[in-house]
Design a protein around this ligand. Structure first.
Ligand SMILES: Nc1ncnc2c1ncn2[C@@H]1O[C@H](COP(=O)(O)OP(=O)(O)OP(=O)(O)O)[C@@H](O)[C@H]1O
Ligand SMILES: [Mg+2]
Length: 282
């Protein structure tokens, strides 16, 4: 779990993150959503230590990252995997060289051990055999997958992903989301994803934080968001008529499901006496 308490970050006179307090849950996909310029990337850069916040705390397993010594921060940093917008692959390096990079930086493993790990993560993201390709030879979706492989090569406890679906078609976006969700569940990672993508919100939003003008405006999950009465959130999420219709449909569906569950409970409890064997005649 990562806990953010009263975080503030600005540049010169401009305050970007005003006073953000939020919790990012372990073993879940935590989505940070909000309009362009609302401070998602700045927040993420504070969380991973690329920006020093002006005030406030960021607790990793209860310890304040902002107050740690260089060595202590390095220890936390080893547990963090990152995938930044545009994948940020080294274009002059092959896939394999890109993925091995964090292992060279942070471990003293032998070449053979490192290669075994590289092959395992490439296999995990369905890129078996792509070792010798250069980024220019890959599609956008493949580049993201190499980025994910590099982000998980150190077996991180925390995974940060900034806009994983930018530039991808909806189907490839769905596959990338699914992959991130599977990896999160499989390795019980605290995953934090900045996104604009409403499909992602609905599909993998275990925990959603909505940022508005540098503050946390709302948090909840992908079921609660359907019923949210927060006007700013609704205007942001359900911006088109199509999505507003989809929200109404989903609400109906969910209400139907809840009613159905209640009926089932009722039925089960009504049935219950019959399941108890009748008392024997004396
Ligand atoms: N290094 C910087 N120096 C000065 N201002 C910055 C810096 N980085 C970000 N900002 C400002 O902080 C604000 C929030 O930017 P940020 O990139 O966090 O937005 P965002 O929510 O990630 O937007 P998007 O959805 O477009 O990625 C913007 O007004 C931006 O200009
Ligand atoms: Mg951003």
């Amino acid at each position: 779990m990562i806990e953010v308490i009263n975080l503030k970050k600005g540049f010169g006179d401009k305050v970007v993150i005003h006073d953000a307090s939020l919790v990012l849950k372990a073993g879940h996909c935590n989505l940070i959503i909000g309009s362009s310029g609302s401070g998602k990337t700045v927040l993420m850069k504070c969380l991973v230590g690329l920006f020093q916040p002006d005030s406030g705390s960021i607790l990793y397993g209860g310890k304040d990252y902002t107050q740690m010594s260089v060595d202590q921060r390095k220890e936390v940093r080893k547990e963090i995997g990152m995938l930044f917008q545009g994948s940020a692959l080294f274009t002059s390096m092959t896939v394999e060289e890109n993925v091995i990079f964090p292992l060279d930086m942070f471990t003293r493993d032998t070449r053979k051990e490192k290669m075994k790990r590289v092959d395992a993560v490439l296999d995990r993201v369905n890129l078996k055999g792509a070792n010798k390709k250069f980024p220019a030879e890959l599609s956008g979706g493949m580049m993201k997958r190499v980025g994910i492989a590099r982000a998980i090569v150190l077996n991180p406890k925390y995974l940060f992903v900034d806009e994983p679906n930018s530039g991808l078609d909806p189907q490839t976006s769905g596959l990338i989301d699914k992959l991130i969700k599977e990896i999160t569940d499989e390795f019980q990672i605290t995953t934090v994803i900045n996104t604009h993508d409403m499909n992602s919100v609905m599909e993998i939003g275990d925990h959603i934080v909505y940022m508005y003008q540098g503050n946390k405006e709302w948090e909840g999950n992908n079921k609660e968001i359907i019923f949210s009465k927060n006007q700013r959130l609704n205007d942001f999420i359900f911006a088109s008529e199509f999505l507003r219709d989809a929200k109404d449909m989903r609400q109906l569906e969910e209400t139907g499901k809840i009613a159905n569950d209640r009926n089932m409970e009722q039925l089960t409890s009504d049935d219950a006496p019959e399941l108890v064997p009748p008392p024997e005649d004396k």
